[in-house]
Structure formats: C-alpha cells, structure tokens
Design a protein around this ligand. Structure first.
Ligand code: FMN
Length: 197
C-alpha cells in the first residue's frame, strides 16, 4: 500500500517539473514583453516631445519633468544654458465624440504654441479623426497662436464663430480639442513661474 502511494507520488514529479518550467517560461516572457512595452512607450513619448518642441535646448528634457495633479498631466521643461526655453504638456486629455483624446502641447517660454500633436484618439474615421495629424493638417491650426494674438472668443471652430477650421459633420471632436488647448494656455499663463521651478 505504502509502496503504491510512493510510486504514485514519484510518477507526479515529472508533471510538477513540467508545470514549474512552464510557469518560469511564462514569467520570463511576461517580463520581457512588459520591458519591451515600457521601451516602446518611452520611445513614443520622446518622439511626441520632439515633434512639439523643435526649439534648441541642452538639458535632459525627458527627465526634467514635473507632474501637474490639477491637470492630470506632466510638464517636460526645455532649457538652454539654464534659461527657460519652453515646455511640453503631455498627455493633455479631453473627451472626444467617442472616447478620450490625448495630445501633446509644446509652448515657448512666452506662451506661444509651437506644436500640438494627437497621441491617441478613437474618433470616427473621416469625421472626428481628422483632428489627428495622421489624417489631416487640421492640428496645425494651433501653430504660433497664443493668448496674446488670439482673442478668447476666437478659440472655437468657425461654426461657433471661432477662428479654427470646421471639420464638416464633426464639430464635437475639434471643439473639445480647442477647449483643452485653450485651458492649457490659461493654466500656463497663471502658473508659468512655478512650472519651471
Ligand atoms: C455614426 C456617427 C459618428 C459620428 N462621429 C463623430 C465624431 O467622431 N466627431 C464628431 O465631432 N461628431 C461625430 N458625429 C456627429 C455628431 O453627432 C454631431 O452631429 C456633430 O459633431 C455636429 O457637427 P455639425 O455641427 O458639423 O453637424 C457622428 C455622428 C454619427 C451619426
């Protein structure tokens, strides 16, 4: 009887070993995949920052950053010879027609928009998705605008008597992007000094 039990236990050993090896393989594969995902996220973040911050800087911009709880975003500060050059807000999120839209916004120190890029959006193809630089050049409407050269009421699509191009049949997506960018500029104007410290 005891001998039988011992034999059964011994026959289970290969099963345990196979299960253990399987677990180790899955664990290692998971680690490698998540490392790769982190690397991809990092590369995408740097690509976006570079797209909206073409000004010259000599600091480690990606690591010179500060979280802004009030806007649920992070600012990346660009400096040259320790002078403030500008910064990038990323991600700036707003609700679109379908889902959240995430973007990166680059500002010069003076508060002029250097670039806005969509990082993520799920708007309708050929309607709201034209806010995305991959589908149209609508996003370039923001270039060189600031609170000084664009009046409060002009931060709207032409349908709403604003200065931003209309996307036909899709007012909601661009309207919400414009509001998010304007909101970021307002925040910058009030908090500029503390954002660089
Ligand atoms: C199937 C479907 C998808 C739509 N997708 C979008 C969209 O991605 N973005 C958007 O702003 N409006 C979208 N709309 C239109 C909105 O419902 C709304 O009518 C529109 O934003 C108002 O724009 P308008 O003032 O140019 O008519 C969609 C409508 C339908 C029926």
């Amino acid at each position: 009887m005891i001998e039988k039990k011992k034999n059964r236990q011994q026959s289970l050993i290969p099963v345990f070993i196979i299960a253990l090896v399987g677990c180790i393989i899955i664990f290692v594969a998971n680690r490698l995949t998540s490392d790769q995902i982190d690397l991809n996220k990092h590369a995408t973040a740097i690509e976006m920052i570079e797209a909206v911050m073409p000004l010259t800087y000599d600091n480690d911009l990606y690591n010179d950053r500060m979280d802004i709880a009030e806007l649920s975003t992070t600012v990346y500060r660009a400096r040259f010879n320790a002078d403030n050059v500008g910064l990038v807000f990323m991600p700036v999120s707003t609700m679109g027609y379908k889902d959240t839209i995430k973007m990166a916004i680059g500002l010069s120190y003076e508060g002029v928009i250097i670039g806005v890029r969509i990082i993520e959006q799920h708007e309708t193809v050929d309607l709201g998705d034209n806010i995305d630089q991959l589908n149209s050049d609508w996003i370039n409407n923001f270039d060189n605008r600031s609170l000084d050269n664009t009046q409060d009421t002009a931060w709207a699509v032409t349908n709403d008597d604003g200065e931003f191009d209309q996307l036909s049949g899709a007012t909601i997506s661009p309207r919400n992007v414009i509001n998010a960018v304007k909101n970021t500029l307002d925040f910058y104007e009030v908090n500029r000094d503390s954002l660089y410290n």
